[in-house]
Write a protein that binds this ligand. Structure first.
Ligand SMILES: [Zn+2]
Length: 219
């Protein structure tokens, strides 16, 4: 397996961090930089390496115990699946299960009966891909409490918003990348104010343009 530094070198060579652009994020915010999680998620070898490092990191924080690994839909679930496989290979003598939610109406997450049964009474490790404001993970943690689960750690490929464990309401937060990046409300984004076109290749630029037809009501 690769060390963290070796993995970072490979990811940087592949352009995982794109700077000096104008990107729309899933959260609706704009940023001059974009963390391209697809560099990891579209390469099973790199995803396995990153998941191994994540599993080791979280295990070192929480110690040996039986856990359920859970990822928010949809790309969070993809990476969480890799982490669960890495965890299972490392957790000698401890059980590891995997659960997943599905997108419900208005940004909610719903769990099938089978997934709820897996989560009930469990110590849960939530694995996300990119944390920007952390709001979706915060909502997920609240939801899991209602399901009778206890979130003991959160892991993310990238913490790009300076999110803390305290702000999530989780005992522990691990991230492979900590790259605080500037984000702006779309209407206050300096590049939007100047009329710089949004990037349509990376991020959620196409959805943004479709939603706003390329125009923002900028004061
Ligand atoms: Zn903008």
């Amino acid at each position: 397996m690769l060390s963290r530094d070796e993995l970072l070198v490979q990811l940087n060579c592949r352009g995982i961090l794109r700077e000096n652009g104008h990107f729309a994020l899933h959260s609706g915010y704009h940023s001059p930089a974009y963390f391209d999680k697809g560099v990891i998620l579209h390469d099973p070898c790199l995803a396995s390496e990153a998941a191994h490092l994540m599993a080791v990191d979280v295990m070192n924080r929480i110690g040996g115990r039986e856990v359920v690994i859970l990822g928010p839909p949809t790309s969070g679930t993809v990476f969480a699946c890799y982490v669960a496989a890495a965890w299972a290979s490392l957790a000698h003598g401890y059980g590891c299960h995997f659960a997943y939610g599905e997108k419900g109406p208005e940004g909610t997450i719903v769990f099938s009966d089978q997934n709820q049964a897996c989560l009930y009474g469990a110590d849960v490790v939530v694995i996300e891909d990119v944390l920007t404001m952390g709001s979706s993970v915060r909502r997920l943690i609240g939801h899991l409490q209602h399901l009778g689960s206890k979130v003991i750690a959160v892991g993310a490929i990238c913490n790009r918003g300076g999110v803390t464990a305290e702000s999530l309401g989780a005992p522990s937060l691990c991230s492979l990348f900590d790259v605080p990046l500037q984000i702006y409300e779309a209407r206050e984004c300096p590049q939007s104010v100047l009329g710089v076109p949004i990037d349509l290749t990376f991020g959620h630029g196409r959805q943004f343009v479709k939603r706003h037809r390329g125009k923002l009501d900028i004061p």
